[in-house]
Design a protein around this ligand. Sequence first.
Ligand code: FES
Length: 153
Amino acid sequence: MTSMTRRRFLGQVGRASGCLACAGVLPVGLGGCASVPWASYERTGSRITLPLSAFDDTDGVLLDLPDRPAPLYVHRAAGIDGEERFTAVLTLCMHQGCTAAPQGSRIVCPCHGSEYAQDGTLLRGPSERDLIRFPATVTDERVWIHLNGVEDG
Ligand code: FES
């Protein structure tokens, strides 16, 4: 599978949901569908960093990685100890490789309906595997994602 551009991804999500805003026909926010913002990032080799401020108005952002087959979804959640935790998952569905999209509290594949939690844990098939997850840490007001360190699902 080749890398997917942001426009193609938005179009796929929009077609799957029937949402013109998600399809890029209307400005996002006017169509009434959930939208996840795209964030800018810096990359050095397999390390990606983005500022914590990217999460000022959202708990999840998408990153367009040209060398990956689907966008990366980075999500912030509160742990049971109250500390913020970040997860980074590739939105490549583990069933047959469609691009899944964050929708509410889940990541949903438009092709055959597999659903994943925001940390990539499989919730509903036909997929039989979690999404690919990368380690994410926070240091110096930045989120660090390590693309060469795939975590077990
Ligand atoms: Fe995602 Fe089939 S490719 S459910």
